[in-house]
Design a protein around this ligand. Sequence first.
Ligand code: GLU
Length: 288
Amino acid sequence: MVPDPLISRFAPSPTGLLHMGHAFSAVVGWAAAQAAGGQWKLRIEDIDSGRARPEFTAAIHDDLHWLGLAPDGEVEVQSLGRPRHLALLEGLRARGLLYACTCTRADIARAASAPHAGETVPYPGTCRGRTEAPAAPHAWRLDLAATGLPMRQHWHDLATGGQSGMADNGGDPVLQRKDGAIAYHLACVADDARQGVTLVTRGVDLVEATPVQRLLQQVLGFAEAATLHHPLLADDSGRRLAKRDHAATLASLRQSGESGEAVRLQLLQKAAPLLATAGLPISASLPI
Ligand code: GLU
């Protein structure tokens, strides 16, 4: 079901320059909102202070302006939500749902059976039950079993239909890292709720995050947003675009004099069949 009102969002991390894959994601969310007479919000996910850079945030604003995509309402700057994120964490701790974890990546890798290269190792729960903070550096993890919620989460994705996935596919998730940073899952769920997001639009590469994020929405008493996971844009040879492959950045296209409007129209045409499947036909309601 298409949510009503439809409030979608684009939530880039300013850890590099955006490329066409990001632009596609932005266009899908923007067009979904336009099709339903809804709103499209922007959130700068800058909580990884080691990697986020102000110049990349500035480039995100310039790129979206060039594409002609104007976000509705206030832009949410995730790092400014830290007091709110810490309060949520404290609430979970008070409910006995968090434990302190001193494991290193190496500890976790050793505890699991040999993972294949590139596979993430689910956390085996070594520190579960340690509710008091030790002196040693520690992360805080959510004790999934203690929530009493079903690990298998079911939902309907507007693009891919009926979905089901395990909230514990990565083991108990870290909600606060050893360096004190709030982790992605908690910040994302907290800020989707704060921004009133009713439709999470993002690439299928993030679909594994959805079961645990739905569980977090349930634990925190937030409304469960609908999802639309779109396919990733491929390059001419069919390979997925990624920052590390030096895919052409929007900044370089912009600076070379390419028209942002032409790029937006091209991406809208790619997005149109997907949005039609999702019950959000755009041709009648958008000036293409
Ligand atoms: N900030 C994440 C990224 O840029 C996206 C998070 C999301 O859409 O949920 O990969």
